[in-house]
Design a protein around this ligand. Sequence first.
Ligand code: U2P
Length: 277
Amino acid sequence: MAASLCAQPLVLLSLQFAAAAAMIAAVMGSNSMPVNMNEQREFDYFALALQWPGTVCRRTRHCCSSNACCRRSNAPTEFTIHGLWPDYNDGTWPACCTRSSFDERKISTLRDGLDSYWPSLSCGSSSTCHGGKGLFWAHEWEKHGTCSHPVIQDEYSYFLTVLNLYLKYNVTQVLNEAGYFPSNTEKYPLGGIVSAIENAFHATPLLVCSKDSVEELRLCFYKDFEPRDCALGSIIQNGMISSKSSCPRYVKLPAYVPPGVGHVEAALSWISDNGIA
Ligand code: U2P
């Protein structure tokens, strides 16, 4: 009798543990380290991940107020922030390092900058580390920001640091100055884009593509926020580090097309909204 009374909570506990582990694995992604806080060693460097709305917004099928792709003429048309990620040199990264839950009030004074430069480009709520759903910012803080210790100590400093880095290292401006502008027809040499960034910031970025379109550009930094080369797409497979780039030799920087009824109609209405003949 006593044994069966004890067994039930144990079964329940292990089911809860399995559910929590599955949830955490989903939040962390496949290359992240286990979520045992005590086992997560300090990270090696930061990656500032930027998204290209012209590519990401093509995935928007229906609109909602939280998706900046749906702001039509007011939608972002330059790289926007995805997150600042503490990474390891071996291509893995720590995730969900402390129990510090996101608190929107702590970043209220940064709100204008975050809305402009760090908008969500999707409608779905993001997973948080502790089993909930929340804002894109909540996901980035809980998954990545909490692993930035001891360099970044709290939520406010994390968001402020990211905004400052983004504004200081203006990737869109560098690409424009090198002659790379949004276009749905033009293709640019990947090497030219990489060289433009290297010349401006003296470090090699990492580009991520969706087919032939640039989707993300990552700038990497030492812990004192001096630029450094990104670990060029190293991923761990079967215990071996291998290098992988998802971009072809010639890539597009697609122009923003508002999501809607269809690409052609949407493009035409966007052109007329913007007074382009
Ligand atoms: O690349 C796909 C997703 O994996 C997560 N990622 C990738 C590289 C890295 O250094 N760190 C990292 O976390 C990202 O997940 P997210 O922050 O969006 O949850 C990235 O989108």
